[in-house]
Design a binder for this molecule. Structure first.
Ligand SMILES: C[S@@+](CC[C@H](N)C(=O)[O-])C[C@H]1O[C@@H](n2cnc3c(N)ncnc32)[C@H](O)[C@@H]1O
Length: 270
């Protein structure tokens, strides 16, 4: 798991310039997360959240996995790297390249997968839910990760589109429980007989499955998880996002000034 993370981080540093964000986690201790340098979005999952995937893959050895929302490929390359060491066969990602500089992100994702020689990983450009059935390459998936547009009802659409390609043993993972689209989607998942476990990771992940024995196993693996966690106040997400925009605007203004000041200091001391 740690080897995979080191491999992905080192390869990413070779193919693109990235910056760390939320170095100690956003809502809970964890992180850091990454962005392509000079951009605000998309933001990758945190390193602590990679570790959750690592543990899931080690334990359940998924053969086929599907990700909605790939960005510059951080989570997909990590998941594919762990999967290939645990008998994994295919991982397909679907991304519409809508967020930030989507084309640059897709190019980095391609370079990263090539650098790591992840032959089981296929990144596809397309929009969920319309392109999901076209994108899938397996009749059923063992692991599904939903991390695209987190608004309501888009998350539910993402879930419903991949649902026919799953079964009772499929483990679903959602990222960003604190954003508005996740809880309504979880209510729909509950109607499909799913139980779900909230995890206190940096951005709060949720694991869901219909099979009771697998759910019991997840509860054992993640004893700090909470089944049916209460939703946050609707004011939390706007407050976090406003704070984040302010922080990034502040960085955008102060970083060039500080960097010029440092250059000036170095020139003086030479
Ligand atoms: C938060 S980022 C994904 C981060 C990625 N999972 C990681 O950790 O490295 C969200 C991505 O979802 C994509 N996206 C947004 N809406 C989408 C949709 N309807 N269908 C497919 N991709 C979408 C965006 O282009 C963006 O790249």
């Amino acid at each position: 798991m740690t080897d995979s993370l080191n491999r992905v981080v080192n390869a990413l540093n070779e193919v693109a310039e990235t910056s760390l964000v939320w170095q100690r986690g956003l809502l809970n201790t964890g992180g850091p997360h990454r962005v392509l340098s000079g951009t605000l979005f998309p933001i990758s999952i945190g390193e602590d959240e990679c570790a959750v995937f690592g543990r899931l893959i080690e334990q359940f050895r998924p053969a086929h996995a599907f990700i909605v929302g790939n960005a510059f490929g951080f989570s997909s390359c990590y998941i594919a790297d762990v999967m290939r060491h645990h008998g994994g066969k295919s991982l397909v990602t679907l991304d519409s390249e809508i967020e930030g500089n989507g084309q640059d992100c897709a190019a980095v994702a391609r370079r990263l997968a090539d650098k790591l020689e992840l032959t089981l990983l296929k990144n596809k450009k397309g929009r969920s839910p319309a392109d999901t059935a076209w994108a899938v390459e397996a009749a059923r998936h063992d692991l599904v990760f939903i991390d695209a547009d987190h608004s309501h009802p888009q998350v539910t659409y993402d879930f419903e589109a991949i649902l026919p390609f799953t079964d009772s043993k499929t483990i679903f993972v959602w990222h960003d429980f604190w954003l508005s689209g996740i809880v309504p989607c979880l209510r729909v998942a509950e109607k499909q007989g799913m139980r779900w476990l909230w995890l206190p990771t940096s951005c709060e992940m949720v694991l869901g499955v219909r099979d009771e024995a697998i759910f019991a196993n997840l509860q054992k693996m993640f004893p700090d998880g909470v089944e049916n966690q209460q939703p946050h106040s609707p004011l939390l997400a706007p407050a976090i996002l406003a704070k984040e925009f302010a922080r990034q605007a502040w960085d955008a203004v102060t970083k060039p000034v500080l960097s010029r000041l440092n250059t000036f200091r170095r020139t003086l001391s030479d």
